[in-house]
Design a binder for this molecule. Structure first.
Ligand code: WTA
Length: 635
């Protein structure tokens, strides 16, 4: 029996049990049968969460691009690998076949080499959703360079922090980008960032918008002429299983962003295996994930997972609202999309527009719908199920994280009965545990607690770049011998999981993780601000929005509050990006603090939620009197 493609529920339970009882045999079989290795492993798994140290397929050698491209050429050379749909619907879509992808990746890899990039070097990729983004990711992997993709919506300051943290030698960007009706000067943002990045020696610039931009002599080069000269074949660098494949930054509750490091072999095996099962991809299907490759969803489920399975993966440059809110459905009809994977925030925004723009299009090609990034609320789930899936396409509510590399808790479509707002069952090989506040595992059903994973899986991040101690402190210290996710979850009577949300100071806004500390730091940069605290509150489209409580310095002069609000949001935009702007800013004379000086966010959160019935005991606060004042002036 091949365990690679699960087709019914008994099979799921059978394979799941095997993956838990004999994890090494299980993953060895998957790895052996479905991938191309230059050398097989000596040891499937060794692990110690107390260090933490995890290795999968140690001793094996491979190159992930041989698995994603080369091995498909004989049977799928003319099949579309990447289907690029431009921002402007009147611009033709581009079908890049596996043969063409091979040539593009190899040429790009040769350009990287010619520019002095070698195995282990870090390359920052700051590109819009154009084919060069996927190609540059794969070109890095071809030569063993570690890519660090930074979402092109981040500001120059955020970009510089990420470039410096991992000492990137090169930045790959474009002259600009299209986002709906807007044109963004991406290269200008890179120029700003690089004022503070001495490590960067070279910038390669793809042409997208034909604008006149500054090219710094000795540093910046147009990409196309270099590609034109490059040879079309580049031998893949032979990588060890545990060599880092990429770094991807994610926000923590405190401190600077964490550069999560993913391995080569384990990541590949798990991304590919989950893709196959969670989307039930069949040979001639067209699969579309609307995420940006700047996030983990794009890494695993636009690039690596689909390509490792020889799939056709759609890359969409634009936004769901341009030229109107029917764009997603127009694309589904045009390319006869079979699997569609998006985020609850997009579903809510589209649901707000009614169904007129949905009914205009033929969505009958759809077989499976996916959701990722935040809990999907019941209303959005039903709207998606009724209007997009027409109650025929199962919704896979996939729970996972940048750190997990691949989908962890999810239904398998046509296999696991779905239940609105539930991510349902652990994926094969995943052993979740719910923990109580005293560090004990909560057994049985109909319980809730903090979600941990108690056994390693192949695609778990191996460390935080340059800071293994932080990796240990963040993920392996809260509960002994377990990976702590930072999420809360409940388990229902049949063992289905429902993710209830973050239990730390990370807030998920429109599916983007935002740590409160870096935003507070940005707010505090405003010369008029003395102190600030940021919490999340429920928002009907974004899931959560940000509420800032700000104490102003007493300068004796009075300022227009709306101007101040705009200025504060401007600083946030410069430091982090527009996604981190505050929806509400309340100016206050004080913040509730414990006697040791810690801000009581729990109280601030309740006020922002307009739920002040039970604030708990506030008498032990240093300054209990500010609480009523904040409630009276709440927005
Ligand atoms: C949240 C995205 C509920 C969760 C792949 C997690 C979800 C964080 C779901 C990771 C889901 C992701 N249901 N919550 N289906 N998927 N989350 O690193 O809080 O961008 O910890 O990875 O998003 O976000 P990240």
């Amino acid at each position: 029996m091949s365990n690679y493609h699960i087709k019914h529920l008994e099979e799921y339970y059978q394979v799941y049990r095997k993956s838990v009882r004999e994890p090494e045999n299980f993953w060895e079989e998957i790895a052996e049968e479905h991938f191309m290795w230059r050398k097989k492993w000596d040891n499937v798994l060794s692990w110690d969460f107390s260090k933490p140290e995890v290795t999968w397929f140690e001793g094996a050698q491979l190159n992930i691009t041989e698995n994603c491209i080369d091995r498909h050429l004989a049977t799928r050379g003319n099949k579309t690998a990447i289907l690029f749909e431009p921002n402007n619907p009147n611009e033709a879509a581009l079908h890049i076949s596996y043969n063409q992808l091979y040539e593009r990746v190899n040429k790009f890899a040769n350009v990287l080499k010619a520019q002095g990039i070698t195995k282990g070097d870090r390359v920052c990729i700051y590109l819009p959703m154009i084919p060069e983004l996927a190609v540059s990711v794969l070109a890095c992997a071809r030569i063993g360079a570690i890519h660090s993709v930074v979402f092109a919506g981040f500001s120059s300051t955020a970009l510089a922090t990420r470039i410096n943290d991992s000492d990137c030698k090169m930045v790959i960007t474009s002259d600009g980008s299209y986002r709906g009706a807007k044109t963004i000067n991406l290269k200008g943002i890179v120029d700003d960032a690089l004022k503070d990045c001495p490590c960067v020696k070279t910038v390669l610039v793809a042409k997208r918008i034909e604008s006149d931009i500054n090219m710094e002599a000795g540093r910046d080069q147009w990409l196309q002429p270099l590609l034109d000269e490059a040879l079309p074949v580049c031998a893949p660098e032979i990588m060890n299983a545990e060599d880092p494949l990429f770094i991807l930054y994610t926000s923590g509750s405190t401190g600077k962003p964490k550069g999560m490091v993913h391995s080569t072999a384990g990541y590949m095996v798990y991304a590919a295996y989950t893709f196959k099962n969670v989307f039930q991809y069949r040979e001639n299907d067209v699969y579309w994930c609307t995420a940006d490759i700047g996030w983990i969803t794009g890494h695993s489920y636009i690039v690596y997972g689909p390509l490792a399975n020889g799939a056709t993966t759609v890359m969409f440059e634009g936004v769901p609202s341009y030229p109107d809110f029917g764009r997603f459905w127009e694309i589904v009809e045009k390319h006869k999309v079979n699997q569609f994977y998006t985020a609850p925030t997009a579903i809510r925004a589209l649901a707000k527009q009614g169904t007129e723009l949905v009914e205009k299009y033929n969505l009958s090609s759809l077989k499976t719908l996916g959701s990722v990034g935040e809990p999907i609320n019941e209303e959005a789930w039903h709207w998606y199920n009724d209007n997009i899936g027409k109650k025929k396409s199962p919704i896979v509510d996939t729970w996972w994280q940048t750190e997990t590399g691949g989908i962890m808790i999810t239904p398998i479509p046509f296999v696991t009965p779905t239940k609105p707002t539930y991510a349902t069952l652990p994926f094969i090989g995943i052993q979740p545990a719910l923990m109580d506040e005293n560090g004990n595992e909560i057994k049985g059903n109909q319980v809730d607690g903090r979600l941990c994973i108690k056994f390693p899986w192949p695609s778990m991040a191996r460390t935080i770049w340059g800071n293994h101690q932080r990796y240990k402190d963040t993920y392996f210290s809260a509960f002994e011998n377990k990976y702590f996710t930072g999420d809360g979850a409940l388990r229902d009577e049949v063992g289905y999981y429902r993710i209830t949300g973050r239990v730390d100071d990370v807030i998920i806004v429109s599916g983007h993780n935002l740590g409160t500390a870096p935003i507070e730091d940005a707010v505090n940069e405003h010369p008029a601000v003395a102190e600030s605290a940021i919490v999340g509150y429920p928002h009907d489209v974004k899931g959560n929005a940000l509420y800032g409580y700000v104490i102003l310095k007493d300068t004796g002069e009075s300022r227009d509050q709306n101007n101040l609000r705009n200025e504060i949001n401007q600083i946030i935009t410069e430091h982090i990006g527009p996604i981190a702007k505050l929806d509400k800013i309340q100016f206050t004379s004080g913040l509730p603090k414990t006697r040791s000086g810690k801000i009581m966010r729990r109280i601030l959160r309740k006020i922002a939620h307009k739920d002040t019935s039970n604030l708990g005991d506030t008498s032990t606060l240093l300054n209990p009197e500010v609480v009523q004042d904040i409630i009276d002036n709440a927005l």
